[in-house]
Ligand binder design. Structure first.
Ligand SMILES: C[S@@+](CC[C@H](N)C(=O)[O-])C[C@H]1O[C@@H](n2cnc3c(N)ncnc32)[C@H](O)[C@@H]1O
Length: 226
């Protein structure tokens, strides 16, 4: 589906509390330091226009939510939605999620990871850009606390099977269930979920729990060298 250019937020809106640039932050990064309140931190990869962050921050005010978005325009747009509703527990990072998990986030620093409608990168030569790749998933296992949940939703059946089988290959997660929409027909978790369901297309959903298996550093190093 084609995407429109993100709308520019009003010039006078203060985004300083809700928008950060990954390249400007120290590494390793303690994600709790990005928020003005204490509490567990969950990560959303590919925040887009920010529908999930806006609703989840309001529904769970005691938890903190960090979005990472590679498009500067969408990162600003999502942050402006948070700023407009005076949200203290939501921050959007402008940057690449692969850099964030590979270089910045320490072990067991997150209480949940959400990946909704990741770009499918259809062309064969672009496939390596898919975010739900073995290296990303190994890092997700490393940075997630045991018992925390990894949510994967997509409208691309083939990507769903590829991703869930890559999750299984890590041995760091146990599949908990196929996640249901969790609301009436008119309740949507993300903008792309809304578009997909209104078009009458299926949404493939899974939720995994991080198990107690310690991540093996050597596996990550071997993948980087290979
Ligand atoms: C198909 S859109 C889905 C947006 C939103 N999650 C939703 O469901 O409405 C995918 C989003 O992921 C972002 N994205 C793609 N690759 C990324 C990466 N490596 N790091 C961060 N964001 C990325 C894109 O810019 C885009 O906004």
């Amino acid at each position: 589906m084609p995407r429109r250019h993100p709308k520019k937020p009003p010039k006078d809106l203060d985004l300083s509390r809700n928008l950060r640039v990954l390249a400007d932050l120290e590494s390793p990064l303690d994600p709790t330091t990005l928020f003005c309140q204490s509490g567990p931190v969950e990560l959303e990869v590919g925040t887009g226009k920010g529908m999930f962050l806006t609703s989840v921050t309001s529904a769970s005010p005691d938890r903190n939510f960090l979005g990472i978005e590679v498009s500067a325009g969408y990162a600003r747009m999502a942050a402006s939605r948070l700023a407009s509703s005076n949200t203290a527990n939501g921050v959007v990072l402008h940057g690449d999620a692969m850099d964030l998990v590979r270089h910045s986030l320490p072990n067991a620093s997150l209480s949940g990871v959400h990946v909704y409608f990741p770009d499918p990168w259809w062309k064969a030569r672009h496939r390596k850009r898919r975010i739900l790749n073995p290296e990303f998933l190994e890092h997700a296992g490393r940075i997630m606390q045991s018992g925390s949940q990894l949510h994967i939703w997509t409208d691309v059946e083939e990507y769903f099977h590829e991703a869930t089988s890559a999750v299984d290959d890590t041995s760091l997660f146990d599949q908990q269930s196929d996640e249901s929409p969790g609301g009436p027909e008119t309740t949507y978790r993300t903008h792309f979920e809304r578009r997909t369901r209104l078009a009458g297309a299926p949404v493939w959903r899974a939720v995994f729990g991080r198990n107690e298996t310690p991540p093996q550093k050597s596996r990550l190093i071997a993948k980087r060298l290979g």
